[in-house]
Design a protein around this ligand. Structure first.
Ligand code: PLP
Length: 232
């Protein structure tokens, strides 16, 4: 089942790349494994996937410490400052940086562990009240302010688009995020490389790839529906 699901997602990404004239190698599939057991992650790993996304620090820590060490773990969920210490040596990227305070904590922890953490600024493109993320008009200023922190490398932008029936409805948000990243990239801010765009989930990743996503975060499409009652 997982094998078939993954094959469908892979084909959809490849087709979307083709439609957009992009190379498949420019898009990384992040398999979102939150709430899913190690056995399922192991199955997807055996099929060749190395990038996995998690939302909850303790769950990520537990999985990281038992699963193969060449997995690249991505923190994609809302992150509280006091949980950064669980993640700092376990993740390859934090996609969900949405406050200066959080960025400062990541910076402190990174310096303490002698590493540089790649981060993305989370932007609330649809300006939904229920979502975390900075407002699009504040993004450049936010990137400038966190870019000066030691131990942090700003690598791009991330967004969580609204839940919509028709994925085409999110195209405008993906396009706007891409344009925002181009605008900020043109400012040549020290220590900032606008090379990653984390956008697109099960419902809309094909549209996101057409609009320039470099990281798509697909959970349900690979692992099936989530049962949160079993979550850590
Ligand atoms: C859970 C989650 C996903 C995956 O969602 P699906 O709809 O299951 O693909 C992607 N991104 C974030 C930030 C998430 O929290």
């Amino acid at each position: 089942m997982l094998k078939d699901n993954l094959a469908v997602v892979e084909k959809n990404i490849a087709d979307a790349c083709k439609r957009a004239g992009r190379s498949r190698s420019d898009v990384t599939l992040v398999a979102v494994s939150k709430t899913k057991p190690n056995e399922m992650i192991g199955e997807v790993y055996a099929l060749g996937v190395r990038d996995f996304g998690e939302n909850y620090p303790q769950e990520l820590k537990a999985k990281h410490d038992t699963l193969p060490s060449d997995i690249r773990w991505h923190m994609i969920g809302h992150l509280q400052r006091n949980k950064v210490k669980y993640l700092i040596e376990r993740v390859c990227m934090i996609h969900s940086v949405d406050t200066e305070e959080l960025a400062e904590t990541i910076s402190e922890q990174a310096v303490k562990h002698h590493l540089v953490m790649p981060v993305l600024a989370e932007v609330n493109m649809a300006e939904e009240d229920t979502k975390f993320g900075i407002r699009p008009q504040d993004a450049e200023d936010f990137v400038r302010r966190i870019s000066v922190l030691p131990g942090i490398a700003v690598r791009g932008l991330m967004t969580i688009a609204p839940y919509v029936e028709n994925p085409e409805d999110n195209r405008v948000h993906f396009r706007n995020l891409k344009n925002l990243s181009i605008d900020i990239g043109r400012k040549n801010i020290d220590n900032v490389a606008m090379c990653e765009l984390s956008m697109g989930m099960t419902n809309d990743y094909m549209v996101a790839v057409e609009e320039g996503a470099t990281l798509v975060r697909v959970g349900t499409g690979i692992f099936g529906a989530r049962d949160y009652s079993a979550a850590i």
